[in-house]
Design a protein around this ligand. Sequence first.
Ligand SMILES: [Ca+2]
Ligand SMILES: [Ca+2]
Length: 418
Amino acid sequence: MAENITVSNVEYPGQLPTLTVEASVRNSRPALVEGGILSLLRDSTYPTYIFGEAFETTLSNRIGTRIQSNGGISTTVRIYSVLCRYTAMTENDPACCSVAREGRERDDQGKRDAPLSTAPATPDDDRTSSMVRLGGETFTMGTDSDVGFPQDGEGPAREVSIAPFYIDTYAVTNAEFVQFVRETGYTTDAERYGWSFVFEDFIDDDREHVVQNVTEAPWWIAVEGANWLRPYGPSSCVLDDRALLKHPVTHVSWNDAQAYAEWAGKRLPTEAEWEYAARGGRAGKRHPWGDDLTPDGEHRCNIWQGEFPEHNTGDDGYLRTAPVNAYEPNGYGLYNVAGNVWEWCADWFSADYHTTDAYDHVDPTGPDTGRERVMRGGSHLCHRSWCNRYRVAARSKNTPDSSTTNIGFRCVVDAVAE
Ligand SMILES: [Ca+2]
Ligand SMILES: [Ca+2]
C-alpha cells in the first residue's frame, strides 16, 4: 500500500503530463512511479473483488502508465492525468447537451479513424444476439421543420439509402462495460484525465473532489475521480447497486466507445444509420413514436420535466439514467434512442457537409476530418424549454475525448446481404 507520496519533477514532454513520484510502500521499500499526473487509489477503496488478481497485473500495463518498483513490490498506484483545462461550449453550442473537455490533446486526438465496416454478420452470429437487422432501403433523413435548430444542420430533409446492418437493441450497459474492462484492462479517457463532467445534482456528498465549475453552464461540474465506474464521484460505484448494471454506461468518450466496439467486433453507427434506426419506420415524425411528446399523457422516454436546471420533477420515472430497457421500444424494437443518454456516432460533425456536392446519399459517412464527433438522441438532462434535442432529427456533438454523465452509445455490425 503506497504511503507518504511525494510528487516532483512535473514535466510535459509528450501528450501526457509526466511526473516523478516516490512512494514509500507498506514494507518501507521505495517504489518509483512515472506516468501521467496521478492520484492514488488504495485496495480498500477500489473494487478489486471484481477485477480480482488480474487487476494489479493489468494496471501496470495500462497506457500512459509506467510503474517501476524495487524488489518486485506491486503497488496499487493508479496514474491519472488531472491538470487539464476545459471550456464550455459557446452560445451556439448550448452546454445543456454536454460539455467539452479541452485538455492537452493526445497524439491520436482527432486522427483516429472510425472503422466503417465490420466482418458481416449472419443471423446466427453471436454478435447479433441482442441486435435488430435493419436497412436495405431508402429513408428521409433530417427535417425541414422549424421546430428544431437549423444552425445544427437538421435540414434539409433528404433521401438517404442505407445498406443492411444490425444495431444494438439497447445502449451498452454498465455490466457490458465491466466485462470489456475486465477482459482488456482498458483505461477510459476520463480515467486518464482523472476527472469527468458530472451534473451538479448528482455529485456524491464528497464535494472535495470538485475540480472546477463551468461558468457558462454551472450545472456541469468537473469532478476528480468521476468515471464510468464512479459516475457521481469517487464514493459512488456502479457495482454498489445491482440495478445500475442495467443502466447505460456513461462517462465514456468517443474514443472509449470506439474501443469497446472494436472489442465486441462491432462499430459505431454512422449518423445516417442511427437516424434511420431511431425513426423506427415512422417517416417525418418528430419523435420515434410520433409527433406528440407524451401521447395520451404517457411518457415514452427519459428526459427532464420541470424547470431546468433547478428542479426535475422526474415525472417520467427517472431523475438520472433509466435502465436500457425502460419504456416502449420504437417501431424497429430499439429502446431509448430518444433520451436517457446521448449516443455517439462514427461521423465527424459538420453543420453543412450534407448540403455539399461531396455528400454521398448512399451510406453517407460524414466529412473526412473534424474536431467533434456526432451525438444523437438527447439525454435525461434534455428539457423541452431548453434545447429540445431529444427529437429524432436533432443533432449534437462533442470532442472525441470528452465524457459526461449523459453520454453513452450503442453499436452496429454489417449484415450479410440476403
Ligand atoms: Ca427523467
Ligand atoms: Ca438515447
